[in-house]
Design a binder for this molecule. Structure first.
Ligand code: PAF
Length: 285
């Protein structure tokens, strides 16, 4: 497994591979890798000749400097995990390699997708994500790029990004990986206190109950149900729960047979912010 920090070297190495007719799968990450990331790598391995994982904690997508500072950084361990799933290349640049001094996030017109849910609480977050993903696509020129559905809003925004930038890459969304108790895998889970880790599966439990309720209720009734559940919880604080359409991420006022809809949630476990979501329709597989 090759490990590169320089973008020029990465770019020229990938160009050589592409000149040999090889397809490239990219899994962009911020490190602190867990089984969910490794599942993305395994999926990418099935469909591409070469799999690249990028590890870069992207400053422009953090709107809270303490969250950026405290974001777990476990490069050595990450590299071992990637070796174990036969990753071919890791691109792990420094901030200076990716950004000029004082460079800010590019501003994109995501057609309102960035104004819903996470966008209401994380100012400029998706411009930061768009900025770094555009740069990573330019450097690695992937055939396919893989993103987890835990960040479903991010996935939809990245699909919009490639529409805007015309970068020739297929965006593949991959199902959420969960711990045995239902908690969605996330790099942030390692920062949960013992007490909050024990409480955190409540988030997915509530989502599954919300899904059942969706058969017989309106979206606002389901939203009230979720908010009441959290109001009665001793150490989890709901930031939002919203029933929204998958395609435009707009809040749904009624359940629909023609629109795919999901329940989206963000909650605080102490100072750790966790997000999750659930499809409110039956998945075919
Ligand atoms: O989902 C993430 O880990 C990040 O937002 C991404 C896509 C790697 C961009 O920094």
């Amino acid at each position: 497994m090759k490990v590169f920090t320089a973008r020029d070297l990465t770019q020229s190495h990938i160009l050589d591979l592409k000149n040999k007719g090889l397809s490239i799968g990219l899994v962009p990450t911020m490190g602190a890798l867990h089984q969910g990331h490794l599942a993305l790598v395994k999926q990418a391995k099935q469909h591409n000749d070469i799999v690249i994982v990028s590890i870069f904690v992207n400053p422009t997508q953090f709107n809270n400097s303490s969250d950026l500072e405290k974001y777990p950084r476990t490069l050595e361990d990450d590299l071992k995990k990637l070796q174990s799933v036969n990753c071919d290349l890791v691109f792990t640049p420094t901030t200076e390699e990716m950004y000029d001094a004082n460079e800010k996030a590019e501003i994109f017109d995501f057609d309102g997708l960035d104004k819903e849910m996470e966008g209401k609480f994380r100012d400029n977050h998706f411009n930061g994500v768009g900025t770094i993903v555009k740069k990573l696509f330019n450097i690695t020129t992937p055939t396919n790029a893989y993103f987890g559905e835990k960040d479903f809003q991010q996935l939809q925004i990245i699909k919009k990004l490639v529409e805007i930038t015309q970068q020739p890459v297929n965006i593949i969304g991959c199902t959420i990986h969960r711990e045995a108790d239902g908690l969605a895998m996330s790099s942030r889970n390692t920062r949960l206190s013992k007490e909050h880790r024990e409480s955190a599966p409540f988030i997915y439990e509530t989502l599954t109950q919300a899904k059942k309720l969706a058969n017989t209720s309106t979206p606002s009734e389901v939203e009230k149900y979720v908010s009441d559940k959290f109001n009665n919880h001793h150490n989890l604080v709901l930031e939002y729960f919203s029933v929204a359409n998958e395609n435009d991420l707009k809040t749904a006022t009624s359940f629909s047979n023609t629109q795919k809809q999901r329940g989206f949630i963000a909650a605080f476990a102490g100072e750790i912010r966790l997000i999750d979501n659930i499809a409110l329709y039956e998945l075919s597989n």
